[in-house]
Design a protein around this ligand. Structure first.
Ligand code: FAD
Length: 816
């Protein structure tokens, strides 16, 4: 049997060698238009980036080697130009000479791949504008890098190849701009997952433009890349990576059936509409195993598996290729991004009802060094059938995506994920692997144990019908919060349940979703209509935040791999340096650890924090911004983020700048126990977030500051009456409601004690320890005849003007 194979790389070369293993006697001829066969196209971007330094390593097999080892004749620089199906002849052209000749075949295999799409815009063919598919393309780009010494590059297209090239060009010292027409990079994953990639690209100093297409390219001194919005990017080099198109012209001209997107239609044996012609790889349309719809998946894995099936079938075996499910993975700087199955957009398009679970989990036990978080999204049917998964993380993403891919392939459900027995020891995983955890979460949803809402529903919700409950600790609020949320830390939820309106649906959230789930379960069991925010505030904040940095990007040339931009610390004498290891802690762990450390050190001291939670890169900047500290530098190497933070110094002159003050002023008018507790909880919370808090006590509120056993002071009759009738100090205050002759008040105090909640005197002391300024109203003291000696020591006695001054400097004045 004589078999001619067109295309000598991933699919073609694999078909040839498998065929030889199946049929020692067959005559096998491999035709390749390019200069090389069987090269590693997937490695091309990494040679450009000098990660794979030895070019020869990309050449897996040479024609000579193929002849020696497999007795296969490979003809490079030969192009197939037409097929005569009746005569079973293929016409070939020798590119070096232009000679045309024919070759007969018994079976013909087409593995011509897919060619990069060149957008039909002016300037796409200019010098300095490239695509990347072959070794020759790679060599051209490398020569340009060496000869023209460009400093800037524009990558058009934010798919797999575009992102790999962007990373590798930056590795070569170029400043890279990515232009993407969609509102996200990495189209196979959902928007909120891509948002984490956007953050990371920005952190890595990639200039990112989303939702804006390429209009034209002009050559002046430099290349000027014009976008549809009218924006212009100046650059030295452009890489076009806007997708690929099946190379099906040969098949089309031969009258073979093509699909809607121009890919060659094949059956499960990879036979085209002509049973003697097989086709495979990037050029064909196969079945999507989940949707059952036609799919064209230009990836190496399917191509090489199809090669085996086609070769087996030619050799007389009944092998079949069932279809694809779209499993892929890509490295984007420190991140690994992977997906399998269908995404939300495809499920919507196919009209398949689905649910999703989103977790942020550690790759292995948090206590074992080097743990890092991964965002993990699972899509499944209301019956539990697995539809797809997406992961973004530093480590362990490859393992989880392959587990889910295998589960989908074997028809498993979310309930199977709960049961999967996965390998565990602290360096590799957790006793409840993220795969199990996402199975539990999905199972909870399907069993009705948990209802959830997604990040994109939050801003549309009617606040008359919904209330947001933030169950994070007050310190975490520095990371941002959903507006008009009620903050009750999870540990206080049961005691403070009365603060939550029963008339509304309660949307519970925490940073990553786990405490939100616990909170939602408490509320559901207490009869509330409670739901959890899927993926927590972290997912929401990433997704609603600014995704592009095109307009704000500083035009800094990157001359080395170092992305740490050092800001000079402010000039301080006796500055001490501290280190803090927050590796392995999940958000908000690193921030809380840093916050506690800043409390221990002096203003001006510098803390170098190491963390592996990649959300820390944006969190630390937001936190520092809000707490008056300064991020001196931030960078990452091998997934470990290093940030240098200088503890802030209050600078008087800065108060008058345009920056919004975070100070809080509270006017305490009431002397009721419940209101006083609320006031001091708020004050302590605000102080913990680094806000300056001033509490001005007036009228009945002043009683809170009275000593229980004051020294004897001289008073007139009316003053004595007031002194006697009014409660003396925090211990003596009563509830505003349900005092019940003292029973209610005593009960509350008892419950607070039992639940380990600080008493009012303790809350007052803690506020004072946290630097809250307590002011007594001079006018009230005069009116009621209260003397300075009767008040707690160290209270400022001030007039209204002082309070008004404090209020002017604040961004909120609270009246209780
Ligand atoms: P190809 O491997 O492209 O081979 C087709 C060959 O056919 C070409 O060399 C072409 O010159 C030749 N040819 C076409 N027409 C003719 C003709 N008329 N006559 C003679 N010869 C012809 N996939 C992954 O899964 N993971 C990755 O990380 C990954 N990275 C990639 C990075 C880059 C830069 C590129 C370009 C691709 C990457 N891919 C990756 C995709 C993967 O390389 C392809 O899916 C795979 O090579 C497809 O195999 P194929 O045989 O269909 O086509």
């Amino acid at each position: 049997m004589k078999i001619v194979i067109i295309g000598g790389v991933a699919g073609g070369a694999s078909t040839a060698t498998r065929l030889r293993r199946m049929d020692e006697k067959a005559e096998i001829i491999l035709i390749e238009r390019g200069e090389y066969i069987s090269f590693a196209n997937c490695g091309l971007p990494y040679h450009i980036g000098e990660v794979i330094t030895d070019r020869e390593k990309l050449l897996v097999v040479t024609p000579q080697k193929l002849k020696e080892t497999s007795n296969i004749e490979a003809r490079v620089r030969h192009e197939a130009i037409s097929i005569d199906r009746n005569k079973k002849i293929i016409k070939l052209r020798e590119l070096a000479t232009g000679r045309e000749y024919s070759e007969s075949y018994d079976k013909l295999v087409l593995s011509p791949g897919a060619s990069p799409i060149i957008p039909p815009v002016e300037g796409a063919g200019l010098p300095g504008v490239f695509t990347l598919r072959s070794m020759t393309d790679m060599d051209r780009i490398n020569s340009f890098l060496l000869e023209a010494k460009p400093t800037r590059a524009v990558v058009v297209g934010g798919g797999f190849i575009g992102l790999e090239i962007a990373e590798n060009l930056q590795h070569r010292g170029l400043q890279v701009t990515i232009i993407e027409m969609l509102n996200q990079v990495m189209a196979p994953i959902d928007y909120e997952m891509a948002a984490m990639v956007h953050q990371h690209l920005q952190f890595k100093r990639i200039r990112l433009s989303l939702g804006d297409g390429l209009k034209s390219i002009h050559a002046e001194k430099l290349l000027k890349v014009a976008l549809n919005s009218g924006k212009i990017v100046e650059t030295d080099l452009v890489i076009l990576s806007v997708g690929v198109r099946p190379e099906s012209i040969l098949a089309k001209d031969a009258g073979l059936d093509l699909g809607a997107r121009g890919a060659i239609i094949v059956n499960e044996h990879l036979q085209t509409s002509d049973p003697d012609i097989y086709a495979l790889g990037d050029a064909v349309e196969v079945k999507n195993l989940i949707s059952g719809k036609p799919a064209n998946l230009p990836l190496a894995g399917p191509a090489s598996k199809q090669a085996r099936v086609a070769a087996d079938h030619i050799a007389g075996r009944p092998s079949i290729f069932k279809g694809v499910q779209g499993t892929s993975i890509v490295k984007i700087f420190d991140l690994t991004v992977a997906c399998t199955g269908l995404n939300s957009r495809q499920l919507d398009e196919f009209g398949l009802p689905y649910k999703n679970a989103l977790i942020h989990s550690s790759n292995h036990a948090g206590y074992y060094p080097g743990a890092s978080p991964m965002a993990f999204k699972l899509l499944f049917s209301p019956e539990g059938k697995l539809y797809g998964a997406q992961l973004v993380g530093l480590e362990g993403v490859d393992k989880r995506i392959d587990v889910i891919s295998t589960a989908i392939h074997s028809g498993a459900t979310v309930y199977d994920l709960e049961e999967l027995e996965l390998a565990y020891a602290p360096p590799y995983g957790s006793s409840r692997d993220p795969v199990n955890i996402i199975g539990f979460l999905a199972g909870n949803m399907l069993r009705g144990d948990l209802k959830s809402v997604n990040w994109n529903e939050v801003d549309k919700m009617d606040r008359n019908l919904n209330v947001f409950l933030d169950v994070r600790e007050p310190e975490e609020l520095t990371l941002g919060h959903i507006s008009d949320s009620l903050n009750i830390p999870l540990g206080q939820l049961r005691e403070r349940i009365k603060e939550i309106p029963r008339s509304k649906r309660v949307i519970v959230y925490c940073q990553v979703g786990q405490r939100g789930y616990f909170g939602a379960r408490i509320l559901m069991q207490l009869g509330f209509d409670a739901v959890n925010l899927n993926g927590g505030f972290k997912t929401y904040s990433h997704a609603v935040g600014e995704q592009s940095n095109f307009d704000t990007f500083e035009n800094v040339s990157i001359s080395s791999r170092e992305e740490i931009q050092e800001i000079a610390p402010f000039n301080m004498e006796n500055t001490n340096e501290f280190t803090l290891d927050a590796c392995g802690l999940q958000c908000p762990g690193p921030i809380l650890k840093l916050y506690n450390k800043t409390k221990e050190v002096n203003p001006g001291d510098i803390i170098t924090v190491k963390a592996t939670d990649f959300g820390f890169t944006s969190d630390v900047e937001a936190w520092a911004d809000r707490t008056g500290n300064k991020v001196l530098s931030i960078g990452s190497e091998g997934g470990v983020i290093t940030a240098r933070i200088q503890k802030g110094v209050e600078k008087k002159e800065e108060k008058s700048t345009a920056a919004m003050s975070q100070d809080k002023t509270m006017v305490i008018f009431s002397g009721d126990l419940d209101k006083a507790i609320a006031a001091f909880i708020i004050a302590n919370g605000a102080a913990a977030m680094g806000h300056k808090v001033t509490m001005f006590f007036t009228f009945w509120g002043l009683n809170l500051l009275r000593k229980v056993n004051p020294p004897k002071v001289k008073k007139n009759l009316v003053e004595k009456m007031f002194s006697f009738m009014m409660p003396r100090g925090a211990e003596k205050t009563k509830l505003s409601q349900m005092h019940m002759a003292g029973m209610g008040t005593e009960m509350i105090k008892m419950i607070m004690k039992k639940k380990n909640i600080n008493s009012l005197p303790e809350l007052i002391q803690s506020a004072r320890d946290n630097g809250v300024i307590l002011q007594a109203c001079q006018m009230t003291m005069d009116l009621m005849g209260i003397n300075k000696e009767e008040l707690l020591d160290g209270i400022d006695i001030v007039g209204v003007a002082t309070m008004i001054n404090a209020s002017d400097d604040s961004n909120a004045t609270i009246f209780i």
